[in-house]
Design a protein around this ligand. Structure first.
Ligand SMILES: [Zn+2]
Ligand SMILES: [Zn+2]
Length: 299
């Protein structure tokens, strides 16, 4: 889809705002929950990677908080990404050569020489962005499953990952009876890590361990705007005040502040998704399809 000149300008404004607001949001390195809310059962949101919560869960998180529910946010995978490490090591930044559609928050020069094992530097830095985002969203608790993000490598690894997710979700379900569980709509999202979370939810629903389960379609923003709600059980129209907070969460992924471990990794990784989610004040909530088929996505 062609982008108008006005839209390019508004994107640049978003980036400028992001650099400032994200930095302010992430200003404190230590963070502890501020609300103790044992009175009601929590809504537990599962983010497969660092960024999914800002892209497609944030509005729903804020909706539940506004309703007085404690909100727990789970980071499921460690988010290893060797390609992203190699991208960040390039000088000048490849984003500067993409016709400036996605300007680099570091001005095109990162000055990094990170290991490209995909884990060291990348995992802590992506997690720093996630923690800043969680803080912006005001969640009551962050839980980090720290699972190796490897379900795409083989069927066996995929199945082991599903088993690990199942066990950890089940433990939370037992620890917080009556909690609602919010995953992403992995069967629509074309990554094995996301699909594995949906599979875990599917099996736990079948076993009666989970009852109240929803799925936010976080990759909806890849689609044309008019098609994003297709098939959704519920479209959340995010109120302006909440959308402002969701955008702050997104800015945490486009903030260049190496002194606080913030390297704008999320934006360097999925700039189009970040821009589309930033522009669309909706989230798309699904229930599990009746013809749901668990299993790894075919490659
Ligand atoms: Zn993801
Ligand atoms: Zn860059």
């Amino acid at each position: 889809m062609a982008m108008g000149h006005g839209e390019q300008l508004s994107r640049r404004r978003m980036l400028a705002a992001g650099a400032l607001t994200g930095a302010a949001v992430a200003g404190s390195t230590l963070w502890s929950p501020t609300r103790a809310s044992a009175a009601t059962t929590p809504a537990i949101f599962y983010s497969p990677h660092q960024d999914d919560e800002a892209l497609g869960l944030a509005g729903s998180i804020l909706e539940h908080r506004a309703a007085g529910r404690p909100v727990y946010l789970v980071l499921v995978s460690r988010g290893e990404n060797d390609a992203l490490a190699r991208k960040m090591n390039q000088d000048p930044c490849p984003m500067t050569t993409e016709a400036s559609r996605h300007p680099c928050a570091a001005g095109g020069h990162h000055g990094l020489s990170w290991p490209t094992d995909g884990a060291s530097m990348i995992v802590p830095a992506r997690t720093a962005e996630f923690m800043a985002s969680a803080k912006a969203l005001g969640v009551d608790k962050v839980i980090n499953f720290k699972l190796k993000d490897s379900p795409y490598t083989s069927v066996d690894t995929y199945n082991r990952f599903v088993t690990s997710v199942k066990a950890k979700v089940k433990a939370l379900a037992q620890q917080y009876p009556g909690a609602s569980h919010k995953f992403t709509a992995g069967w629509l999202e074309e990554t094995d890590t996301h699909k594995a979370l949906s599979d875990a939810a599917y099996y736990l629903l079948e076993e009666g361990v989970l009852r109240d389960v929803r799925f936010n379609y976080v990759y909806a923003y890849d689609k044309p705007r008019s098609q994003r709600a297709d098939g959704a059980a519920y479209v959340l129209n995010i109120p302006a005040a909440h959308m402002a907070i969701k955008r702050k969460a997104i800015y945490c992924y486009n903030t260049w502040a190496p002194d606080r471990d913030l390297y704008a990794l999320g934006y360097h990784s999925v700039p189009e998704k970040m821009e589309s989610a930033h522009e669309d004040p909706r989230e798309f909530v699904f229930t599990l399809p009746s013809a749901y088929r668990p299993g790894r996505i075919r490659h």
